[in-house]
Design a protein around this ligand. Structure first.
Ligand code: GDG
Length: 448
């Protein structure tokens, strides 16, 4: 089998490359296990200048090739254009987007540097798969260097309506870059419709026909096993005892303004204020590991959440009950799986989300005999695969409160029926199917 080359902003650190890996590493596990692979991208380290030659490490059949980013490039490519311009725009938050020509130039320069470092490592029959919004132009940059291999691209975040996207300066250039890819993957049919229209709007009708939706999934069986195994373990049991028979609501999100955390906290406050029967009977645990802590908007969000936690606990707590437990440290994946299994409600209310894997993990973690209820934002890509979830508008705290009340008082038979509607596609449309479908489209059905 020919080699698979993954190009992504981040290459997992050595410690994340095995069983503890999250995100893309988990999703690609199956594809990477089957064939020789090269994983190329940023090391996560910042140096004086961006390295020209990658550092290579080989583990089994996977070679990891990483570049350190120069301080200025990191500021412009990563913090500036990727996180400051593209991330908010793609999540429909034009008001939060900032644009600076230097950042845009830095973004293009790093993409060009990635392509220049990767091109000499490529073999003629490699299949190249580039990931996410940091790397819109890398395919075009590789083509400019004469690369003729099959190159696919997958966007993990939403693609907004064309009119919104095109408000971003230089949007047309980014769309033209996308035309260099043989397959352009997005998470949902809505994203596909939006991206096709945007491409057609800049005269790239042919590229528009290469846009397809590939909803990403999880390794459901493995996550279920993780959750089952966590029950009875010391950490899980200590947590259970601390709840003293109270129903648990769980939220797990990177601390990001797209995840709707202030509105969610407000919704929980409304639950306690409006539905008094739940007072002292429920505990909400929000795990929100800090990401991009060095960006001002994220520092402001953290302050806002600190205030919400103080307000809710100050207003409703009793000497032996804190209604909201909030932590900005990450929790180990096996422990998290156990907490999810224990939770009567999974609360997932992003304002916009490409897919949202936490929603699928929550479903996979449940005990089939006594499952909890998923309360899910109607603006998460995962909606299409989770028909049994209680859907809410994440901008409406009252709707969140009402859904929480409905979930907490739901009879076991309905909980089971709703969970069964969800678990089918969580199992069927897993990480493996996602990889297989993308790669078979890219490599042609005959090679799949
Ligand atoms: C992007 C898109 C799309 C979270 N906290 C902890 C922890 N996590 C894990 C979760 C889950 C992952 O991180 C988060 O994935 P999501 O899909 O929910 O969200 P993003 O990070 O925004 O990912 C998204 C995804 O790409 C894939 O295409 O679904 O829409 O935005 O696996 O469990 N893991 C551990 N401790 C934590 O505290 N161990």
């Amino acid at each position: 089998m020919n080699r698979l080359v993954i190009v992504a902003n981040r290459v997992p650190n050595p410690g994340e490359r095995g069983a503890t890996a999250g995100g893309l590493a988990v999703a690609l596990k199956d594809a990477l296990a089957k064939r020789e692979a090269l994983w190329f991208g940023w090391s996560g380290q910042i140096a004086e200048a961006t390295a020209a030659d990658p550092v290579e490490t080989r583990i089994g059949r996977i070679t990891y090739a990483t570049l350190d980013l120069g301080r200025e490039d990191h500021r412009r490519y990563y913090l500036g254009f990727s996180n400051g311009s593209l991330w908010p725009t793609l999540h429909y938050r034009l008001g939060l987007a900032v644009f600076a020509r230097e950042d845009h130039a830095g973004y293009r320069a790093v993409n060009a540097a990635f392509a220049a470092a990767l091109a000499p490592m490529l073999r003629p029959d490699d299949t190249i798969w580039a990931h996410d919004f940091h790397l819109f132009p890398v395919g075009a940059a590789l083509r400019a260097l004469g690369c003729r291999q099959r190159i696919g691209f997958f966007l993990h975040v939403p693609f907004p309506p064309a009119g919104l996207f095109c408000a971003l300066p230089r949007a047309a250039e980014l769309l033209t870059d996308l035309a260099a890819y043989d397959v352009i993957g997005v998470q949902t049919e809505d994203d596909a419709v939006n991206l096709r229209a945007a491409l057609a709007g800049v005269g790239q009708e042919e590229a528009a026909a290469r846009v397809h939706a590939f909803p990403i999934g999880i390794e459901a069986e493995a996550f279920t096993t993780l959750a089952e195994k966590a029950i009875g373990k010391r950490e899980t049991e200590r947590f259970r005892q601390s709840l003293v028979d109270r129903a648990l609501i769980i939220g797990v999100d990177r601390l990001d303004y797209t995840k709707g955390l202030p509105q969610r906290f407000c919704g929980y406050g409304q639950l306690l204020a409006r539905f008094k029967t739940h007072r002292s009977k429920v505990t909400y645990l929000q795990v929100a590991p800090v990401s991009r802590g060095d960006v001002a908007q994220y520092r402001a969000l953290r302050r806002e959440l600190d205030e919400w936690v103080g307000r809710i606990n100050g207003q409703h707590a009793e000497p032996d009950w804190a209604p909201l437990r909030y932590m900005t440290r990450a929790v180990a994946r096996p422990v998290l799986a156990g907490f999810m299994r224990m939770a009567r409600v999974g609360l997932v209310t992003p304002l916009r989300d490409g897919m949202n894997l936490v929603a699928k993990e929550y479903v996979a973690a449940q005990d089939p005999e006594d499952p909890g209820v998923l309360v899910l934002s109607r603006f998460a890509g995962a909606v299409a695969q989770l028909p049994g979830a209680l859907l809410v508008n994440p901008l409406d705290p009252d709707e969140i409160a009402e859904a929480l009340d409905q979930a907490l008082t739901m009879k076991p038979a309905e909980r089971k029926a709703r969970w069964e509607e969800c678990i089918v596609s969580v199992r069927r449309d897993g990480a493996r199917a996602w990889c297989r479908e993308f790669l078979s489209r890219l490599e042609g059905a005959n090679d799949a």
